[in-house]
Design a protein around this ligand. Structure first.
Ligand code: GLN
Length: 299
């Protein structure tokens, strides 16, 4: 019976040491049965034997989860800012922390009548899509590009942009650290958003088991975690219009270092924004009128 499967999945997850085994059982059942499976169980609508296909789906999900794979990969999707995004092997799972970056970016540009934006290291596309959704609701015209380099992540980016095709987010295969000059110069962007890989050697040596299933390319910044901030703030300055903003997600201990990188590159109004738990989470800077990047693409 379905309710016996429910009890057994809960038990298997608990025995595997999964802390939120109850919540995770519910998420798996919502996936295999329906969002209303709890109500359905309560009113007797699931007083039946689970079908062979339901049992085999449940088994495969539970086995994968018990081996440490993140729940989000196991069910193939996760919610970010009220949107349901596809995720799986090779793409960073959207974190709730990243909503701070989206909110900050939106606040910076919401008064404009039209906005040009690029999201670098886009992964699932969560930032670009959520920003597009907010601007759309706000009645702001926008042109948003989501750029990602790695094939496996790009697959999910395209899939998510297709699913929310009415938001018209354009996707681009692009190495944010090494774009060609055509990809950067003259874009006149009002805002660049980026949640780059920013973990350092120490962070990488103590990754949570689930996080170790996520792509290193989306996690590891460099020995001090800061390479992407150094390079992107320099290389992409020419893509910003005068007065345009660059907005990065950061690790909670990187605020001072990233602020000084942006100041060193000549950005103004550099500041840090904290997330809902009061941890520094976002650093931003503004390109002011007449400032040109010294980065030279000719070499
Ligand atoms: N925030 C992620 C974590 O907690 C790291 C993602 C990143 O490096 N951008 O693991």
């Amino acid at each position: 019976m379905v309710k016996d499967c429910y009890a057994s999945v809960k038990k298997r997850l608990a025995q595997a040491g999964i802390e939120d085994f109850s919540f995770e059982t519910d998420v798996i059942f919502e996936e295999v049965f329906s969002r209303s499976f709890k109500l359905d169980m309560m009113i007797g609508r699931l007083d039946r034997k689970a079908t062979d296909s339901e049992v085999s789906r449940l088994n495969s999900m539970v086995e994968r989860r018990c081996k440490g794979e993140p729940l989000q990969y196991v069910i193939g999707k996760w919610e970010f800012y009220g949107m349901e995004l596809s995720v799986g092997d090779g793409v960073l799972i959207p974190r709730q922390d990243t909503e701070t970056l989206v909110d900050t970016a939106f606040e910076l540009v919401r008064q404009k009548s039209s906005v040009r934006a690029t999201d670098l290291c886009s992964g699932s596309g969560c930032i670009a899509l959520a920003l597009a959704e907010l601007l759309n609701k706000n009645g702001t015209q926008y042109k948003i590009t989501a750029a990602e380099l790695y094939d496996k992540a790009f697959y999910y980016l395209e899939k998510n942009a297709d699913r929310y095709s009415s938001l018209n987010v354009r996707v681009q295969k692009l190495d944010a650290l090494n774009p060609d000059s055509l990809a950067v110069n003259g874009l006149d962007l009002d805002i660049i958003t980026c949640n780059p890989p920013y973990l350092d050697d120490e962070d990488m040596s103590k990754l949570q088991r689930e996080v170790s299933f996520e792509p290193k390319t989306a996690l590891y910044g460099s020995s001090d975690g800061l390479d992407y901030y150094r390079i992107i703030s320099r290389v992409w300055k020419n893509a910003l219009t005068d007065g345009g903003y660059i907005v990065f997600e950061i690790g909670y201990k990187q605020s001072k270092a990233v602020e000084s990188i942006l100041q060193g590159e000549g950005y103004h109004s550099v500041r840090t924004v904290s997330d809902s738990t009061e941890k520094p989470r976002v650093v931003l800077g503004q390109k002011t009128c007449g400032s040109r990047s010294e980065y030279d693409f000719s070499d």
